[in-house]
Design a protein around this ligand. Sequence first.
Ligand SMILES: [Zn+2]
Length: 217
Amino acid sequence: MDLFPKALIDGYRTFRAQRLPTEQSRYRDLSVRGQAPETMVIGCCDSRVSPEVIFDAGPGELFVMRNIANLVPTYQPDSAAHGVSAALEFAVNVLKVKHIVVLGHAQCGGIRAFIDKIEPLSPGDFIGKWMAMFIKPGEIVEQREHESMQAFITRIEKAAVFRSLENLMTFPFVRNRVERGELQLHGAYFGVAEGSLFVLDRMAKEFRSVTQVLPSS
Ligand SMILES: [Zn+2]
């Protein structure tokens, strides 16, 4: 116990004293009935972008998969182990979630590393290989003329959401359920500094502010 972070022990005590009493019955109910979340969120590992916090979700409400830069690989049923694909398979085939939200965000370190090709992207490291699947063979990602570095980064952060949504459809079990109208795919983008949320209008291929599109009732 000595080496276990004190902040976590303190946090657990706060949870036990304040939150658990209000959610105890829900935890007991979920332990008996099992989980049945309607939404899967695929987000980034970034400590500032916690889906449960942003969407104010309680236990059992969100099935969350987080990885560097909220990326979904293409469907590759080979002999390798695929963590994201396994989570996706469970969410779609077992839990039968109705929605999958790919949640991108501002100031994404994974995207920044991808753009800067900085140290962690050396060939032997994991981040470089992980981020490499973001681009298609032969695809070139570069700053446009007259595009500021900030605008470029934001564009690529949002492109990661588009690419993940595109890759989701390469999974036969996802495509089947989407085509049958049993599953919907969504994109979102979180602005860390403002705590702002933008949702993807897939027809317009644009992210729109939730507060402007959907004023609170
Ligand atoms: Zn990130």
